[in-house]
Design a binder for this molecule. Structure first.
Ligand code: ADP
Ligand code: MG
Length: 626
């Protein structure tokens, strides 16, 4: 059902599908239509033009009714094309699965045979096969199927090789299933989508090939008509009576075109990567559709985010990932953003420099000011100029963000070169300097390492060095230590802390760990379901959390020397951001929630440096602020 809706949303595919359905329907009902006999000749009525009496599309050189021949011919061409596609797919897939699954010498022998077939020019091979078997529609079908088998075999073998050693196949082996059972129950279901996709994109091609053979007189034999042979017979009268060629020619065009459009649509709808928009190239910067007025600057901080709203528009759904976030960070200050996974921390961070992928991301409101300049809706050139130079990012997984095939030194130089020209020697010197700054020992040698030669902690240092490459003012670190073990995490945190002090960096540090916040951050903002629910100086919040959510988050963290205490997990799950409840999003998981909590917007109440978005806080914010 999902597949059909996806397919229907693709206009071109839908058009192709409708036309194809009409053509197939016509071909199916041809025998019961009141048509003239397609093979009866009447030389007195040769070459009648279209719209003649008794011959809607005219007649051919033997006086046969073109409409009738066209419909019967289409029927034949479709049948042969589909039969060829299905045979090629079945045989090719069987060869591919067997070769890919068993591997070894069998794979070698079979695939070299397939390679030999592939080495022949396509049409030549088909011609050779028909020449050997003799002309005739059945033989043309065999020839077309045969030349397409290698294509399917190669494709499917590739997929099967990838599957044959996956854990679920091993598990099936361990449970004692026979090879045949494994192929049928484990491998086949995984390759069927690929087979269908490959078929949907080649059926049109096979219809063309069959028509080509018939055109050359090697396919359907007179008087039987298929689209190719009709074209072939009309060749002699191409100039004098063009309608005899145009009629079958147009039908071939319509059929192949609509099959290909439909096939492309089927492929797009079946391929999960394409479904999530891999084909639609994301914009260079997040799409901005501001609905309200731009909030006026309060002149706070090097980076000031005000009422930021970022949504994802996926089909009919709207995910409000960031629903009005305000925060700021001063020079030399570290602001922590903490919250459970999915609370909108990353999307907030990425929105700052327009890095949220669009589609589906849209910034629908707010302002992001870097030194007073609003970044939202700023021209892409300006944004690119500031990315990395004013505001730099450190991401969670350095293995995914570093290019695997370049030396780390070259990647550092490239990051610098994005903003200013730099020579070889200077680049090298700067790269070494950066690695030393992030305390990588033996930096001169390390710059020529590849990412995979470094440990996780080292790689994250490279990530930090890269962020430092252009001396930014603000660094946004999105869970940079989550993938590391505790000791390495401690090193990275103290490194960031030193860098902040020595360079006067403003750091926005995203994490889900209150322990990390306590170690590094001056202030902390607690995020829940796309909003900030509490904010204030770290020490003060650790001492007296106001929002029940903050208190629960802190209860999850074990403390050294505290003796035995039950660590409390927060019951329930955060709400899905496409259907947020009215009022407090935490109410469903909160022990103190009352009816008022679920009604209407809850404002952020401030007192001194503290702020909380709660009607019944653990401690009144006024008290906590003292
Ligand atoms: P985290 O706080 O763990 O960094 P994120 O900022 O990555 O959370 O995600 C915030 C919310 O945005 C999540 O609920 C997620 O479901 C939603 N979201 C993120 N990316 C997309 C997307 N491409 N399409 C739809 N929803 C998304
Ligand atoms: Mg995240």
């Amino acid at each position: 059902m999902k597949f059909l809706t996806l397919l229907a949303r693709n206009r071109l595919a839908l058009g192709g599908g409708v036309v194809m359905a009409l053509v197939v329907l016509l071909a199916l009902v041809t025998p019961i239509l009141p048509l003239a006999d397609p093979d009866v000749t009447d030389t007195a009525r040769r070459f009648l033009p279209p719209f003649s009496e008794g011959a809607l599309l005219g007649t051919d050189h033997l006086g046969r009714d073109l409409l009738s021949r066209l419909l019967w011919g289409t029927r034949l061409s479709l049948a042969v094309g589909f039969a060829a596609a299905i045979s090629a797919a079945t045989i090719g897939a069987a060869i591919g699965i067997v070769a890919g699954y068993f591997g070894g010498w069998l794979d070698n022998v079979v695939m070299r045979g397939v390679d030999m077939l592939m080495a022949f020019p396509y049409i030549l091979l088909a011609l050779a096969i028909v020449a050997a078997l003799g002309p005739g529609l059945m033989n043309a079908l065999i020839a077309v199927a045969a030349v397409n088998v290698p294509f399917f075999a190669r494709n499917i073998r590739g997929i099967t090789v990838g599957l044959a050693h996956r854990e679920f196949v091993d598990a099936a082996r361990l449970s004692g299933l026979s090879d045949t059972r494994i192929i049928l129950s484990e491998v086949l279901p995984n390759v069927v989508p690929v087979i269908v996709i490959a078929m949907s994109t080649t059926v049109g091609w096979m219809i063309l090939e069959t028509a080509g053979l018939s055109f050359l007189g090697l396919g359907s034999q007179p008087p039987q008509a298929d689209l190719g042979s009709m074209l072939g017979e009309a060749r002699a009268a191409l100039i004098s009576h063009p309608h005899t060629s145009i009629v079958p020619g147009a039908m071939i065009l319509i059929v192949v075109m609509s099959i290909n459009l439909l096939g492309d649509g089927v492929r797009d709808a079946l391929d999960p990567r394409l479904k999530s928009g891999a084909l639609s190239r994301p914009r260079a910067a997040t799409l901005v559709e501001r609905k309200g007025p731009v909030p006026a600057s309060e002149g706070r901080g090097l980076l000031e985010v005000q009422d930021l709203r970022t949504e994802f528009h996926v089909g009919p759904r709207t995910y409000r990932a960031v629903g009005g976030v305000s925060l700021h960070v001063e020079q030399g200050e570290c602001l922590g953003i903490i919250g459970e996974s999915g609370s909108g921390k990353s999307v907030t961070a990425l929105s700052v420099m327009g890095l949220v992928a669009s589609p589906p991301g849209v910034i629908t409101g707010g302002a992001v000011r870097v030194e007073g300049e609003d970044m939202i809706g700023t021209p892409y050139r300006r944004l690119r100029d500031l990315r990395g130079r004013k505001v730099a990012y450190i991401f969670q997984d350095p293995l995914a963000t570093l290019h695997p095939l370049y030396r780390v030194g070259d990647q550092l130089v490239e990051a610098i070169r994005a903003h200013r020209p730099i020579g070889r020697a200077e680049g090298r010197a700067k790269a070494i300097e950066l690695l030393e700054a992030v305390r990588i020992p033996n930096a001169a040698k390390r710059i020529s390492d590849y990412p995979h030669e470094l440990s996780g902690g080292m790689r994250q240092r490279i990530g930090i060095a890269m962020a430092l490459a252009n001396d930014p003012d603000v660094i946004i670190a999105d869970e940079p230590t989550t993938a590391l073990d505790v000791t390495v995490q401690a090193q990275i945190l103290s490194l960031l802390d030193d860098l902040r002090r020595s360079r006067g960096l403003a750091i926005v540090f995203i994490t889900h760990d209150f322990g990390v916040v306590a170690q590094l951050c001056d202030r902390v903002a607690v995020m829940y379901a796309g909003r900030i629910v509490e904010e204030g100086p770290t020490a003060s919040i650790l001492e007296t959390p106001c929002h029940p959510y903050t208190a629960r988050l802190m209860a999850c963290v074990p403390e050294l020397g505290e003796g035995r205490r039950r660590l409390e997990a927060i019951p329930g799950l955060p709400p899905a951001v496409d259907k947020l409840p009215p009022g407090c999003a935490f109410a469903d998981r909160c022990a103190k929630a009352r009816a008022e909590c679920r009604q209407g917007e809850i404002a952020l109440s401030r007192a001194g440096p503290r702020a909380v978005r709660c009607l019944y806080p653990e401690t009144p914010v006024m008290e906590a602020a003292q």
